[in-house]
Design a protein around this ligand. Structure first.
Ligand SMILES: Nc1ncnc2c1ncn2[C@@H]1O[C@H](COP(=O)(O)OP(=O)(O)OP(=O)(O)O)[C@@H](O)[C@H]1O
Length: 224
């Protein structure tokens, strides 16, 4: 679904990484790890067409993202659910409406009500549906961000440090939700520094661990 073919990227003439190749196939579960500043968020942005690779090719469902127009990128992006590192919401809209926003934007409001109740229960936010985002705790915000990322039933879920600042119990809960989605056939890619989270996932699901380091992408895992 998403494939990197010898991808390179840098900012302001400084090479961040090069020669990156990987593929996110249906039902795969990847972790992306590596030191701070190695380029994990940048790699995720290349996956969803926010950035265009100046070197190599990023293929989205068989099409070169670099050759796609904005509409085509927007369409491809609708198949991708993204949990951003800082999970921003529209603070004047209740949590439920924030979660529904990707469907509203896609003109698919009709599907919303049926899915919303189930999804709210699934992420444990039924009681908070009518609250405004600033009234949520950090863990509740993370779960709301996950619900918003999956309301459109995307084929791929990309999560950037989804358990940052969460306690262990909450991290486990989020991981369980992502594993459930993966078992439904979604491809999942989680960027994280949290080795305990990776170990917990490895005990439950077949995972691939990618380590971005010194501008290269390595398969890791044996040492975890
Ligand atoms: N828009 C930008 N303009 C210039 N440099 C940037 C930009 N975005 C990121 N960088 C730089 O690129 C490098 C990689 O950033 P990135 O956020 O991809 O790393 P990361 O591995 O996700 O880091 P962390 O684990 O700390 O979140 C960093 O040195 C960062 O300062």
């Amino acid at each position: 679904m998403i494939e990197f073919q010898s991808v390179g990227y840098g900012y302001g003439g400084r090479t961040l990484f090069q020669g990156l190749s990987m593929a996110l196939a249906p039902g795969s579960f990847h972790f992306l790890t590596g030191p701070s500043g190695a380029g994990k968020t940048t790699l995720l942005k290349l996956c969803y067409g926010e950035l265009v690779a100046p070197q190599g090719r990023v293929m989205l469902w068989g099409r070169n993202a670099g050759a796609m127009d904005r509409d085509a990128v927007a369409l491809a992006r609708r198949r991708i659910g993204i949990v951003h590192q800082d999970c921003q919401f529209l603070d004047h809209l209740p949590v439920a409406e924030n979660i529904l926003l990707p469907l509203t934007v896609a003109g698919r409001q009709a599907e919303g009500d049926a899915n919303l109740r189930e999804l709210l229960a699934w992420v444990g936010l039924t009681q908070q549906a009518g609250q405004l985002p600033p009234e949520l705790s950090g863990g509740e915000r993370q779960r709301a961000a996950l619900a918003r990322a999956v309301i459109t039933s995307p084929d791929v879920i990309l999560a950037d440090e989804p358990t940052g600042n969460l306690d262990w119990e909450m991290s486990q809960r989020l991981l369980t939700l992502l594993i459930e989605l993966n078992r439904m056939g979604k491809a999942v890619l989680i960027a994280t520094h949290d080795l305990n989270l990776i170990r917990a996932a490895k005990a439950q699901v077949a995972t691939r661990i990618l380590r971005l380091r010194d501008g290269r992408l390595q398969q890791a895992g044996a040492d975890l």
